[in-house]
Write a protein that binds this ligand. Sequence first.
Ligand SMILES: Nc1nc2c(ncn2[C@@H]2O[C@H](COP(=O)(O)OP(=O)(O)OP(=O)(O)O)[C@@H](O)[C@H]2O)c(=O)[nH]1
Ligand SMILES: [Mg+2]
Length: 510
Amino acid sequence: MLDFFAIFSKGGIVLWCFQGAGVSESFAGPVNALIRSVILQERTGNSSFTHNALSLKYKLDNEFELVFVVGFQKILTLTYVDKFIDDVQLHFRDRYKNELGQKGALKFLVNHFEFEDDFSRLLRHFYCFIVDSKSPKPQKPKKKENRVWEMGGTSSKDLDYSETNSNGSYSSQGQDNEAPAEPVRRKGFGGMFGMLKGLVGSKTLTQQDMEPILEKMKDHLIAKNVAADIASQLCDSVAKKLEGKVMGTFTTVASTVKQALQESLVQILQPKRRVDILRDVLEARAQRKPFVITFCGVNGVGKSTNLAKISYWLIENGFTVLIAACDTFRAGAVEQLRTHQRRLNSLHPPEQHGGHPVVQLFEKGYGKDAAGIAMEAIAYARNQCFDVVLVDTAGRMQDNAPLMTALAKLIAVNTPDLVLFVGEALVGNEAVDQLVKFNQALADHSMSDHPRLIDGIVLTKFDTIDDKVGAAISMTYITGQPIVFVGTGQTYSDLRSLNARAVVNALMKA
Ligand SMILES: Nc1nc2c(ncn2[C@@H]2O[C@H](COP(=O)(O)OP(=O)(O)OP(=O)(O)O)[C@@H](O)[C@H]2O)c(=O)[nH]1
Ligand SMILES: [Mg+2]
């Protein structure tokens, strides 16, 4: 019934695994997908995940830095699976407390975790449970015994063996756990040392401990313009990541929560995927085709202006650019681009570039089909050996169905190399709605099984928001895509890449 059960360290070392009878597919694929898409991206708050035909349920053991994952066919509804994971976790911890209590990651490699017998017993019990589950009184879960810690027991710091993993946002305890097991408390400390420990920390964190500070942090993030939904999800995720963790000595709950939140924020802003436009343009040039970037977004956010700044940046890097005027809707849109084209050519006169203009405008006036113009522009760029085509599109509100359909068509038929969503840093809660609906439209009207969605973000008007930098978090969190450029003003050189640390510092600043 179960496809697999795996126990691995947060550093990625598999300690023990079980594969269901007749299951041939390795658990590596689904588990890697879980780590990539959920755990590393602070998308918890939910202790389940689906991957192809499988449902995965997972639980973190923050004290020993372990992850417990079970996989089963999506079509099955396994009511007691959360309890089963809890049971396996408790047995595993109890059986290997000495090994797990050792310092350093080496413990995972040198110790053998021969857990088959215990697991088989628990599994038999679990299967009985499922069969019995229709009967009115399911068996009462076995109560967890409190563990007694010995002097010099493990502190979270000792367990933090994995430098590379320190940002790893492993989180989510089983969401629908029954009454949580009593927090593990250290016993047996004697004398002064024990007293001091009791006063300054060395306790396991509970949801209640963290609640007030998390509530404050959530309001703080919202005040910095993070969308309210996302601020809540982030704080939930941080709570789950910390719950059960043993606090280091001389740390307060507030500083522990703050530090975890800070790490999560940096993690969110750090690109999962590197967008290296200059390298990709060179690669396209080697294949004798232009690299095509489409800009989209709601009205007036700075699409055309930042397209011009990106043209300037590309020209400075030695590339030639064709601007495709596919905003055939707003009066003045084509002229606006023509002005940019003239200015850019005067900054980089053709005489300095073998008599060829470094930037040209491809336009067909107003009222025509934007997708068709983009297609003609790309063909023209290929013939004329332009390195890059930048496609300007009309601004559109995310709820305007006909315009959203037209954009989706433009992208579906022209398959640009990069789809950039342009959004203002001034945006608050609205960011989520915009991005969700743009992506939804692109998915709905795609003709492919793997629809082209937004690949990256241009965050504009960053110069106007002081330290209310929350939109950067909302946008990356929603799309999982990087902020490729930040617009910081109205001149051609006001274009930056995102400095994740600086943004997080501004976010955390009181
Ligand atoms: N301060 C500041 N202003 C910007 C920035 N980017 C764009 N703008 C200004 O925002 C206004 C709108 O810019 P456009 O580029 O026309 O915006 P758009 O998204 O193309 O607008 P539509 O085509 O009408 O949808 C202009 O006044 C720009 O100068 C930026 O990074 N900082
Ligand atoms: Mg425009």
